[in-house]
Design a protein. Structure first.
Length: 199
């Protein structure tokens, strides 16, 4: 049947690419080789077609692993808190960014301040998102968050920063009633109207 299809489409200029054509079999299929122009087509257990991995068991584990690897490859340029980026490098990265669409999380760092965020003016949030808009937690040397103090209505989590002395006037004025603030050098009134996720 494949040879007949190849024969009929050839006059139109269409050619079946034998390197991209694969055979997948279910347990009930005979193991007779499939030939195209006298050459056998590869038998495979799984195949990537139109960006998705297909297999006869309809299992998703291979596809999920493939996408996870692709995601890490795409975002490999993003450095985590164990990196050795200097304040100058962070300031350069955030130099032209005045709005972040999503959430900001600063966790497990050794930074003493967040001055590299000074240009940031706004965090655009999704009302349907679960979690905090601004999370600053578990930063053992953080003394000031002046760079991350935003004059906008945010749900905030500021916890477990033992050296952090907060400006309570700003926090009580600008940040929403959804705030969790504790475990810092000084805290500014914790208020919860809805349960959010913990770090």
């Amino acid at each position: 049947m494949l040879n007949l299809l190849d024969e009929k489409v050839s006059p139109c200029g269409l050619v079946i690419n034998t390197s991209k054509t694969k055979v997948m079999r279910n347990p009930f299929s005979p193991s007779v080789p499939v030939l195209l122009r006298g050459s056998p087509i590869d038998d495979v257990e799984e195949y990537i077609y139109l960006g998705s991995q297909l297999n006869m068991e309809n299992g998703l584990s291979g596809e999920l692993m493939r996408r996870r690897k692709a995601g890490w490859a795409a975002f490999n340029s993003i450095r985590n808190e164990t990196s050795d980026l200097t304040y100058e490098q962070l300031a350069e990265v955030f130099h032209d960014i005045d709005t972040i669409d999503g959430a900001v999380e600063i966790a497990n760092t050794l930074y003493t301040n967040l001055s590299f965020f000074r240009i940031l003016r706004s965090v655009t949030t999704d009302p349907g998102r679960i979690g905090y808009d601004l999370s600053i937690w578990n930063n053992s040397k953080l003394e000031s968050i002046d760079g991350a103090v935003l004059p906008i209505w945010l749900d905030v989590l500021i916890v477990s920063n033992p050296l952090l002395a907060l400006d309570c006037t700003h926090i009580l004025k600008y940040y929403s009633d959804m705030r969790r603030i504790r475990g810092n050098k000084n805290n500014c009134g914790e208020h919860h109207s809805v349960t959010k996720t913990n770090p």
